[in-house]
Write a protein of this length. Structure first.
Length: 260
């Protein structure tokens, strides 16, 4: 995890979270106005980066730091054309847990996109938005998304590998197969697959009926790759340039705090 103040140069989180006020502003090269000098988002960012909590969702409890939960929820809540790929209560549960831990006058956002302005992206907000008149301090954490970035040699292969990585993050094959064969969770797991399939215009009925998570994921990945490939080809001159532009491995978590 990395952290930066405002739009400053990224600094190692273990060091940066110990730096406050003017010292941090000096390191990052960001001037502070006198009115904002007493506003500090670092304590709230430290809470997000280090507080470990369990978030109950879908019949089980997920454990991790708030930052890890925020990153996972941003990916889990990914949308295509403003509609979620997967129906899940996890993002809402993470937003509630984050707001409860950081308190009033703190607003946290988590944003994920496989590459700039991708058709699929995830956004999560927790807490109350700051008033327009408030002096707001912001600290940015860069958190691992859990999705590995591919480096394939062609646009087609890059899109396919990227789509497969995203789908496997949304539907971990072993865990999802276990959910498909368990009578207590099979209906919910099947519904999640069918929702994603409908968004992507593919058919997963047979693999879902057979509890074949690998085949179901392949079908979803094919539909998602069909979205990624033309975007990558249109925006980047070479597959190498497209691979270099990928941000799929990172979720940007911004912690904002203001005074009354």
């Amino acid at each position: 995890m990395r952290v930066a103040r405002g739009v400053s140069t990224v600094i190692d989180v273990a060091v940066c979270l110990l730096l406050v006020g003017a010292a941090l502003a000096t390191l990052s090269g960001i001037p502070q106005s006198p009115a904002a000098a007493g506003v500090d988002a670092d304590a709230a960012a430290r809470t997000v980066a280090t507080t470990t909590t369990g978030v109950p969702v879908d019949g089980r409890t997920r454990h991790g730091t708030l930052a890890t939960h925020l990153a996972g929820a941003a990916v889990a809540g990914a949308t295509l054309e403003d509609r979620r790929l997967v129906e899940t209560a996890y993002p809402g549960a993470v937003a509630d847990a984050t707001a409860a831990a950081t308190g009033d006058r703190v607003f946290v956002t988590a944003d994920w996109e496989p590459y700039p302005d991708a058709a699929v992206s995830g956004h999560l907000a927790a807490g109350r938005r700051p008033p327009e008149s408030a002096d707001v301090a912001a600290t940015t954490l860069v958190v691992d998304s859990g999705v590995d970035a591919p480096t394939a040699p062609t646009f087609d292969a890059l899109a396919r590998e990227l789509a497969a990585a995203v789908v496997d993050r949304l539907f971990p094959p072993r865990r999802t197969r276990a959910a498909l064969v368990d009578p207590r969770t099979s209906a919910r797991a099947a519904a999640r697959y069918r929702t994603a399939a409908a968004r992507l215009g593919v058919d997963v009925d047979r693999p879902v009926a057979d509890a074949d998570a690998v085949a179901a994921n392949e079908a979803l990945a094919a539909g998602l790759a069909a979205r990624f490939e033309p975007e990558l080809r249109d925006r980047y001159r070479t597959p190498e340039a497209a691979a270099a532009a990928l941000t799929v491995e990172e979720v940007e978590v911004v912690v904002r705090r203001w005074e009354r």
